[in-house]
Design a protein around this ligand. Sequence first.
Ligand code: ZN
Length: 436
Amino acid sequence: MRGNYCEIQMVNLRLPQILAPCLAASLLALPVLAAAAPNISPLGNVPDWSSIEQYQGTITRDEFKRLLETVYCPRGISGNLLQLEAEVVRIRIDREQESWFTLRFAKDEGARKPVPRAWRPLEALPRAPAGRELEGLKIAIDPGHIGGSWAQMEERWFQVGDSEPIKEGDMTLHVAKLLAPRLRKLGATVSLVRDKPEPVTPKRPNDLSEVSRKILLRAGNPKPRDDYDGPADPQKDQTLRWQNELLFYRNSEIRQRAAIVNDDLRRDVVLCLHFNAEGWDDPKNPKLIDRNHLHMLVNGSYLDAELEFDDVRFEMLKRLLSRTYTEELPLSEKLAETMARRTHLPPYEYTTPNVVKVGTTGYVYARNLIATRLYHAPVIYFEPYVMNSDEVFWRIQEGDYDGIRNVNGTDRPSIYREYADGVIDGLVEYYRARCK
Ligand SMILES: [Zn+2]
């Protein structure tokens, strides 16, 4: 595993201008040949800026500025990309050309138009009977990663000696399957974005060779190797196979999940389930450590290099204007509180500059992941438990079970049920306001 935590970051390289729209099309729609030559992120879609028109007059300058400075661009944004004026904000449509989108602010809160959105915040949900806190709530559960034989490719797999291999994608699916019936019992309509170990994208790594080759060439690999077929090796990371796989599981797969949520499901909230990990080096001889922690992610904290992409800039603006943050933050804070109560885990402290801490619990960070950016609903992104901590490793080896067992000297519930309990507690406590 290369990152020191679970991440689904975008590939941060520029592609030739005409390439990306064709690739996006290969995933979701018919090919679009863009005359304006937009600068699109790998596998990204050409933005439809006309869809932002509906947000004219729906936000005051003060609120826009606050969200921009504290959540979405806490390190600032270049005047080449966004210009905040007295009555409007101008956002560059095309990085390569002088074309700008202008959004008019509402004069004040009283003059503000309602925010158009498909999902319903807590205050827009109808009242619910006691004990049915989630009545009518539409929830999508996204079990993070891919499982089974795919886990090794994704580097969310390790094995200690002859023990049962740890596969994050199987573990998240198990939590999802524990959660779904319990949420339904509380009145929610629940869908799993993935209900089996296999990927949901119809693409496979080799389908992405053309994009991979361009990315590697751009990164300074004049002749990407396509003959390497051995195990993961940092020295050989820049091979075509490695790049194909990365695009497949970290990009194509997540985009397809977003398409499922956005087109088919129309959910009020998306729960992205993960288990965290720290660097384990050799997956066949992993390091077990004594650190264990919890954090939650909401969308935000865009980096300059990410905002250079026309589609990413567009998606950030859409996310800001649809006010997902105003639902994500209080719900994430409530869930952080209940997860911490169940797991007794301390907050994770990031040491990298790609996040900003938000809220007051110490557990919630804003970060720009494809999953937190592309789902058109509030996204609650869970990162509890360090899988390669000594404590968690033995709990995972114990599997799922009823009640309490002594695990490595301590009485514990099943780690899967403890996770599910923390999620249920938080949702019930947050939506309980409907029952009053
Ligand atoms: Zn993960």
